[in-house]
Design a binder for this molecule. Sequence first.
Ligand SMILES: Cc1cc2nc3c(=O)[nH]c(=O)nc-3n(C[C@H](O)[C@H](O)[C@H](O)COP(=O)(O)OP(=O)(O)OC[C@H]3O[C@@H](n4cnc5c(N)ncnc54)[C@H](O)[C@@H]3O)c2cc1C
Length: 363
Amino acid sequence: MAASLIQGKDIALIDANPRIGAKILISGGGKCNLTNRFATSNNYLGDNDFIASTLARFTPHDVLAFAQKHHLELEERSHGQMFCRQSAKALVSIFEKKISTCKLYLSTKALHVEKNEYFTIHTDQGKIYTHKLVVASGGLSYASIGASDIGYKIAEYFGHTVVFPAPALVGFTLQKEQFWMKELSGIAIPVTISVEGKSFSENLLFAHKGISGPSVLSSSLYWKKGKMCIDFLPNISLKALLKKHSQKQISTALPLPKRFIKAFLESIKLEDKVISKLKSDELVQLEGLKCYEFAPAGNFGFTKAEVTKGGISTVEINPQTFESLLCPYLYFIGEVLDVTGELGGFNFQWAFASGFVLSEEIF
Ligand SMILES: Cc1cc2nc3c(=O)[nH]c(=O)nc-3n(C[C@H](O)[C@H](O)[C@H](O)COP(=O)(O)OP(=O)(O)OC[C@H]3O[C@@H](n4cnc5c(N)ncnc54)[C@H](O)[C@@H]3O)c2cc1C
């Protein structure tokens, strides 16, 4: 994105991949959720002021205008998510055309950077010299398509603080007491997950090794330790429902998949009986469905995580220019910074906005 805005200038682009935009191509199931109409700084983990000032300079509306200008057809899905209508390839093609005036070093891995009068970038193909250096190397997830820790290494080399990078937008693995969920692999149900003052109402997908799906992925951004609360019956008053169906069996009364109810009841050792026959302590157990306390064992790791939370601290970055406050002419943009969005187009919005702000300032 940054490169696309600086055509005709003396720019070199280095990428370990043979083609640019590898993550764009695999994102959103091949249709790239490139922005979110409702994006605000509240959808991100990181310094709120830093994020807000960047988003204000390149809003979701600007991304939509960019798409329109380049005849990229989009479609809107739930919660303001904007996807390419045909394929993410169309977006990458736009960027490829725009950077055609840049000198491209593809299939070139950056290994180390030094600075004397100029920056010297040591790569597996030789050295490259530059007066200004922009690091947009992303996070650690999906190493199979070129991710590396080079951005963090460069930052640390020049004295920057790197907030511990961890997998985010990722599924959770289970503790022993949650193993009942393993039997449900393949089932998806709408839930609301509440964690650290945030709540996410979307599907939860039971997977072979744990839980995943949109609500879980966004929750993983904010979860630090301890328990989160899963409401398996969002927007439903369980008390009213049980009262209304007091003469029915639990499995008939609850609007949940039968396999789920069976596994849940077994996990709390409760028989599937007529609701009016439940004792008060059994009713309390059943109410666990409204706030199931879930403490993950861990997560699926960087191979499955959509993003990396943590990264280069924005405290040492000029919010107006994205220039390092510790090393002149060194810039960091995108996911490599300690800014991470929720699921739903927020991370591309951040990558685009930070790229835009930088391109406006330095070129
Ligand atoms: C499966 C998946 C689906 C996603 N879906 C979405 C989505 O739909 N919407 C959304 O908003 N976000 C999505 N994301 C997140 C989004 O892709 C990233 O946040 C975004 O791509 C970050 O942009 P970036 O330019 O900072 O880094 P990246 O896009 O990761 O680009 C970094 C580039 O640096 C290169 N690189 C790294 N190390 C080196 C090195 N040592 N030498 C040379 N080159 C190097 C890489 O090859 C890569 O091309 C998804 C991520 C994944 C993994």
